[in-house]
Design a protein around this ligand. Structure first.
Ligand code: NAD
Length: 502
């Protein structure tokens, strides 16, 4: 054994014994003792001011009147979580998943009653799916080992995350966000959609009560009881808010990007479907119905318009009719369009613009059918009708259980119109085809975050396809289907020349 290696081994043994508190060493070059670690609960290491144990924050279980109080409480909870470690993160994940499932029926009902959009059965189903959201086990450090030692890259928390949730899936988005965000060691403050805020506060309170009971952490997920644009601004500005997660339409994405804070934005979509003549029309029809009908088409990934090769269009529509969808003729479609959209004339010679009538968003097919002047069997999942490519039902993210069908002459035209109708949101697109060249061409042209082949849109979130679930799909900012790693800072720790064991 060389002298260098002998010295090295003696040093390592001495250091290990020193750390174990055994003063006995076999070397004269005694290693300096490890520094005493700072008390864990005092500081998170960031530059923001330390939170005090403010008595006004006690007993609220996450529900606060102001963004300031909520952020202060969340900062305190973040420091507590830091002290309690991975075991507490795991407990939080377990609690949120178990309570979402246990309360799915009750919470689905209160969300449905408050928002009056979507379908009760699907609101309940969405809460039962929270168990599929990835948690603590998702975070595995990356390691490198080589001649110069070992390097570890760890996924570490930011602190308080400010999160904005939509009216379309209030408790499901909030619950999935808590699993992801807290699994990564953060705490969170929500500004929910005002029309879905009461149900969100019920869930937040229940989660915090259980988390406090099991871990002693009181306000790991906070919410502003009466959210507003002012509370959004206060949340974004708060010194404790380190990161934003926004799930919603174009206005809130724009507002978040203007705050100056880093924002992860799960923005709007308008997912097109292209159907060619190589696919199975029955499978395509069933997939389109189940995706577009889910929660009355409130899903941002849900099929919103179909482009189909002319010579297979009749067959596709026939299969849709055979599988529970109802076709509107042109006059019925015209009546529904007049009710569902307000068309404002173009300014200065520009194009006319359609605005979706909120009274029809997420409503049952029976409400749409009544506006169209048609009687339909009860329990009809979806309406459809033939339109041109510039129709408001194609161009707007309409979020109604009515899907427009547009005939196209060629694959190229189908892909081009799909691209145009997606409006560069880069969110989701779907194809039904067994031709790999067509599939590849569409995938390349649309460049979307999710691209589903031969299945319904939820297959893209692990529901019938491989993968994992999230209700926040970060599209304009590029993080993709959010998961615990999305809410982390990557930090590198380098040991030079030692600890590689081979
Ligand atoms: P919305 O944009 O009306 O509201 C979303 C949230 O943003 C709400 O909390 C709302 O209060 C807030 N908000 C709206 N405008 C704001 C502004 N100017 N400043 C600050 N806050 C503002 O959306 P919605 O109707 O609740 O949800 C549907 C929209 O969300 C659709 O466009 C859908 O595609 C999108 N969405 C996207 C995802 C995704 O993962 N990408 C998931 C769900 C919903």
């Amino acid at each position: 054994m060389s002298a260098v290696n002998e010295t090295l081994i003696r040093d390592v043994v001495a250091e290990v014994l020193g750390r174990l508190g055994n003063g006995a060493t076999t070397t004269t070059s005694k290693p300096s003792p490890a520094p005493t670690p700072a008390p864990k609960s005092e500081s998170c290491g960031c530059s923001v001011k330390k939170s005090s144990a403010n008595p006004a924050l006690r007993g609220k279980f996450g529900v606060f009147a102001t963004a300031e109080e909520a952020c202060e409480a969340a900062q305190e909870a973040f420091l507590q979580l830091k002290e309690k470690g991975v075991a507490a993160r795991r407990k939080i994940e377990e609690i949120v998943k178990a309570l979402a499932e246990k309360n799915a029926e009750q919470w689905g009902k209160i969300e449905f009653e408050e928002t009056k959009i979507g379908r009760l059965d699907h609101k309940i189903a969405k809460l039962g799916l929270i168990k599929l959201v990835p948690g603590v086990d998702w975070l595995r450090p990356d390691a490198r080992s080589g001649d110069h030692g070992i390097t570890l890259e760890e996924y570490t928390p930011f602190g308080v995350v400010g999160a904005i949730t939509p009216s379309t899936h209030s408790i499901p988005t909030l619950s999935g966000n808590i699993v992801n965000i807290c699994a990564a060691g953060n705490s969170v403050v929500f500004n929910a959609h005002p029309s879905a805020a009461k149900c969100a506060a019920v869930a937040v309170r229940a989660y915090n009560e259980a988390i406090y009971r099991e871990t002693g952490i009181e306000n790991i997920a906070c919410i502003i009881e009466k959210p507003s644009l002012d509370s959004f601004n206060a949340l974004c500005k708060n010194e404790f808010t380190r990161l934003l997660l926004v799930t919603g339409g174009p206005m809130v994405v724009k507002a978040a990007m203007q705050t100056g804070k880093r924002a992860i934005c799960a923005g709007p979509g308008n997912p097109p479907v292209f159907v060619d003549d190589t696919c199975c029309p029955t499978r395509a029809a069933k997939a389109i119905i189940s995706g577009a009908a889910f929660d009355n088409n409130l899903l941002c990934i849900g099929e919103k318009q179909v482009f189909v090769l002319d010579h297979v269009a009749d067959k596709l529509m026939q299969r849709m009719s055979e599988n529970g969808a109802v076709k509107l003729n042109s006059s019925q479609l015209e009546k529904l369009t007049k009710a569902a959209f307000t068309i404002t004339p173009g300014q200065g010679g520009g194009c006319a613009h359609a605005h979706t009538n909120k009274d029809f968003i997420g409503k049952d097919t029976s409400v749409l059918a009544q506006a169209a002047g048609i009687n339909i069997p009860s329990g009809t999942q979806l309406l459809f009708g033939e339109t041109d490519a510039m129709h408001p039902f194609v161009q707007e993210e309409q979020m109604m259980p009515m899907i427009p069908i547009v005939r196209v002459k060629s694959v190229e035209e189908g892909i081009a119109l799909s691209l145009q109708s997606e409006h560069n949101y880069k969110h989701t697109a779907i194809i039904h085809s067994h031709d790999v060249e067509t599939i590849t061409a569409m995938a390349r042209a649309l460049d979307t975050t999710l691209f589903v082949k031969n299945g319904a849109s939820p297959c893209g979130l692990g529901l019938g396809g491989e993968g994992y679930l999230s209700f926040s799909i970060a599209t304009p900012t590029g993080e993709g289907i959010t998961n615990p790693r999305t809410f982390t800072r990557v930090r590198r720790c380098v040991m030079v020349d030692n600890l590689r064991i081979y």
